[in-house]
Ligand binder design. Sequence first.
Ligand SMILES: NC(=O)c1ccc[n+]([C@@H]2O[C@H](COP(=O)([O-])OP(=O)(O)OC[C@H]3O[C@@H](n4cnc5c(N)ncnc54)[C@H](O)[C@@H]3O)[C@@H](O)[C@H]2O)c1
Length: 670
Amino acid sequence: MIQTMTFKEMILQGIPDQLPNKKSRDDKYSHAPKRKDILTPTEKKLAIANALRYFPASWHAELILEFVEELKVYGRIYMYRFMPDYEMYARPIHEYPAQSKQAAAIMLMIQNNLDPAVAQHPQELITYGGNGAVFQNWAQYLITMKYLAQITDTQTLHMYSGHPMGIFPSSIDAPRVVVTNGMMIPNYSKPEDWERYNAMGVTQYGQMTAGSYMYIGPQGIVHGTTITVMNAFRKKLGAGVSPNGKIFLTAGLGGMSGAQPKAGNIAGCITVCAEVNASAAIKRFEQGWVDKITHNLDELIDIVKEAVSNKEVVSIAYVGNVIDVWERFDIENISVDLGSDQTSLHNPWAGGYYPVGLSFEAANDMMAYHPEQFKELVQASLRRHADAINKHTAKGTYFFDYGNAFLLEASRADADVMHDNHIDFKYPSYVQDILGPMCFDYGFGPFRWVCTSGAHEDLKLTDQIAANVLESMLVNAPVSIAQQLQDNITWIKEAEKNKLVVGSKARILYADAEGRAKIAAAFNEAIGNGTITAPIVIGRDHHDVSGTDSPYRETSNIYDGSKFTADMSIHNVIGDSFRGATWVSIHNGGGVGWGEVSNGGFGLVLDGTDASKTKLENMLFYDVNNGIARRAWARNSGSLEAIEREMKRSPNLTVTIPILVDEKLLQQIQ
Ligand SMILES: NC(=O)c1ccc[n+]([C@@H]2O[C@H](COP(=O)([O-])OP(=O)(O)OC[C@H]3O[C@@H](n4cnc5c(N)ncnc54)[C@H](O)[C@@H]3O)[C@@H](O)[C@H]2O)c1
């Protein structure tokens, strides 16, 4: 009987020997919205046959009814019956049944991504972003965990969009897991294609760190958002000017967007964040991520006016549509210093963006039952949204796109967001103006680590080690990177106090190639000499220097015409895979939407050995410098400086450097 089995036995069993009892989903969790009914009758049969192929034929007659029902009710087949009976969370590494420590670490990372305390829709296997999936269904989860328990250090597991294709012989130096998510023939990469082929059970949207097993809860996004808001204020107000009493107006209190008020508080401003979904807003308020909450626009105005006159640092959630706030602030002449938006416009037709003038519930009904009408309302709202923002920017607001495809979708809706040249947008993306030139071009990006012991003491030690490394680097750092080093030293020293750990014992900071390798080497040494008690997983978000080709986000500050190419991200995962990564992943669609981005990532398990040291040095060097080389070739000045410095430091490196053309010569061309 399943109840008497241990956790290890349940993992090793994979798909249970006996058909488990039917289970329904649990209402205490947030659930993915009903997906639209897109399949033809023939395709529905295919979806059912695809789902049944994971199970013995003797179960098919019973399961077919259930899977038909799930497809009808939810638009997808999640196989709720096969949700495991044990609790889902990242256990200390020694609790996993495994032949390979590397595989055990990956199991820990997978369970963390599905932990209900961490994941957005845990029972639909969605970690964040509304559709960022780890697996498409529970059968894939069960088989993958079993395979990871079986795999040795001379084999590699190949994952096709959540589906474990199999364990193949490889070598000790090969990755243990290779992941692809949502890779499509380019012509079949429209949002409709995701709906169709995901419903058929043959692909999934892996977002960035969801389908690559590298999510670390809200901490990662709080850090990134803090860096962005701080630097945005520096841009608007000038370096050294306090943002106290200045307004940052934005929308979204969901998975990642929920970090905005907390980041605003750390940066020291007044954050006003609109959220249409009352339960999302209340959750963030109850978690202490936002200081005040109101359902009433008049009350919001009073709170904001008082906060401005007292120069407060405060965050306020408004339960309602963000367009109403932009419009009302204009009427009230409330001056917005920074403006942005983090609604899920990478997913505009299926719950990512709620049109103004319609209740949350009515919108949910309309998108499922009248999708064409819903689309029209979304586009009309985007036009109104842009008009309201334009009124504020005319009065001095600094507005930036937060990588959620706001400007892209607004432009597709014919909103007034295009530059006079009819090519560019009126407003920059946060990468064009902030993260690109200040961080990515120099190799600064979201380096993260997870202590697989699960011990708080280990995490504290790693914080100390990382702070020491960054402080030693700051002593001789060039002016161009000193501010980033200092921001991250401050961050890591305060990290424990900010209590951002949810799920696995993880930490994040931004560092460049040299910093990442030095920190990882110091961790490896501490594991080797027993100061740290178990392996550490290092990795990063895909939202980084080299891993992601995304013309409206990560590579939006590439101006040589190559921002619509995806060579860099592909080189990244291939290059990392033979330089020591424990797993690599390449995804279509993370962040800004299916078909809009190619994003790659890695995980590397440090176990304190010399082999680990060689791998980390070799792999991290390439993982960062690949992107700097590409950015330098695109003539980005920060990257030209960074790669020249790297070539001096590393005699084995030769990068092709662009020869700049005199502008006067180009002006002669008619
Ligand atoms: N660049 C980054 O670092 C970065 C970071 C975070 C998020 N993003 C992007 O931002 C988006 C949001 O991510 P998420 O994980 O928070 O998604 P999410 O779906 O969990 O949250 C978005 C929230 O916006 C709310 N919303 C939608 N329309 C609204 C409207 N008109 N007014 C007020 N609220 C509205 C939704 O109810 C939802 O709670 C995604 O597109 C993501 O890719 C980018």
